[in-house]
Design a binder for this molecule. Structure first.
Ligand SMILES: Nc1ncnc2c1ncn2[C@@H]1O[C@H](COP(=O)(O)OP(=O)(O)OP(=O)(O)O)[C@@H](O)[C@H]1O
Ligand SMILES: [Mg+2]
Length: 350
């Protein structure tokens, strides 16, 4: 395939192959009637944590679910490719998904209770995949499960093994789910709002745990969150989604310090407002276009302070800017100084 420079993935020139490579991914909903994810391309390397941010409905969860082979009914990948260590995910059979999920691919979601079987002890739910997927004996699977419960910070892991989900707190269940997700040492862990429902202290502990597992196992981590402080603290790169598209991608520290897209700058504006108690994305006046709306120009134009006529006339490509960053804005270069602001994240109180 022949690519122009503007379409070249930002990671293409860097060393080392990504564990996950997503290229030109499109996802349709409502039985193909509208497109909720458009032309999404990115990579995640071993040991790298990539954050995904964007308003509700911007396509973060659909993108994650497509990578796990669990898109909701009526939703489908209509174009593009997603490869995990060279294995094409978009054309896998149900059987191949079963072999991959939980082994090479781990997932942690917001509501751990709904992913665990209420009638089985959590120990059994961890030991079972160890026996089936890794072929461990009953005794070895039990020993390994207790070890894993310990390594995700559950106290008295041998006792936890015999507990049922309803006997554990939300934070404990999230740790159980992380233990299940990493039991077979996956290459990629997808965490979609995994810590949102937890209180701040437990959230920090779970995030530390993910960071540690990333370092120890060389996990590639894809982390969806509404919490900018989490993005700033945990991730190496950040993808900013808007209305089904990536509008900005770059090293987190750079994006946070110098947002290149007006939408990113608007999301970050709450930070410069000094409101550190609500460390969530800023609420931007107006609404994003409908998921399926086929607009001729920039999808953010109607809410953008800087929009000009030319922003509304032609589709805006995601352009590589040369410093490992990509931005989908025709005015990015001329707005760079305007959108730059003090690195307010460094001032986040502990
Ligand atoms: N099962 C579904 N059927 C039809 N449309 C869907 C379905 N799931 C999601 N969508 C649509 O796809 C778009 C993207 O949804 P998605 O859940 O990926 O958003 P999100 O970025 O994860 O939002 P949030 O921050 O609220 O979790 C939305 O417009 C949503 O209405
Ligand atoms: Mg979501």
């Amino acid at each position: 395939m022949n690519r122009s420079r503007s379409e070249q993935p930002a990671w293409a020139g860097e060393s080392g192959q990504p564990v996950l490579t997503v290229e030109g991914l499109h996802i349709t909903v409502a039985g193909g009637r509208s497109e909720a994810v458009r032309d999404v391309s990115f990579g995640v390397r071993a040991g790298e944590a990539v954050g995904v941010v964007g308003e509700s409905g911007s396509g973060k969860t659909l993108t994650c679910r497509s990578l796990l082979g669990v898109l909701p009914p009526g939703c489908a990948v209509s174009a593009g490719s997603a490869r995990l260590d060279g294995t094409e995910l978009t054309s896998l059979t149900a059987r191949a998904w079963e072999r991959l999920r939980g082994v090479q691919l781990g997932a942690v979601f917001q509501d751990p209770a709904s992913y665990l079987n209420p009638s089985l002890t959590v120990g059994r739910q961890l030991a079972e995949p160890l026996r089936v997927r890794l072929g461990l004996s009953r005794t070895d699977a039990h020993r390994r499960a207790v070890e894993l419960f310990g390594s995700v910070g559950l106290r008295q892991p041998a006792e936890i093994y015999h507990r049922y989900p309803h006997e554990l707190s939300g934070g404990m269940l999230q740790r159980v789910l992380i233990a299940v997700a990493v039991a077979c040492e996956p290459r990629l862990l997808v965490a979609d709002e995994a810590t949102t429902a937890l209180d701040t202290v437990v959230q920090a502990e779970v995030l530390d745990l993910l960071a540690r597992l990333r370092d120890e196992l060389g996990l590639a981590l894809l982390l969806v969150t509404h919490d900018l402080a989490v993005v700033a603290e945990v991730t190496d790169r950040v993808l900013v989604f808007y209305a089904g598209e990536i509008v900005e991608d770059g090293p987190t520290a750079d994006v946070v310090a110098r947002p290149a897209h007006p939408y990113t700058a608007a999301l970050l504006s709450v930070a410069s407002g000094g409101d550190w108690h609500r460390r969530e994305l800023a609420v931007i006046p107006g609404r994003p276009p409908e998921a399926g709306a086929d607009l001729p120009g920039c999808r953010f134009a109607d809410r953008c302070t800087f929009a000009e006529d030319r922003c509304r006339t032609a589709r805006v490509p995601l352009t590589t800017t040369g410093d490992g960053r990509r931005v989908r804005c025709v005015r990015a270069a001329e707005l760079a100084e305007t959108l730059a602001r003090p690195a307010a994240f460094e001032e986040v109180p502990a």
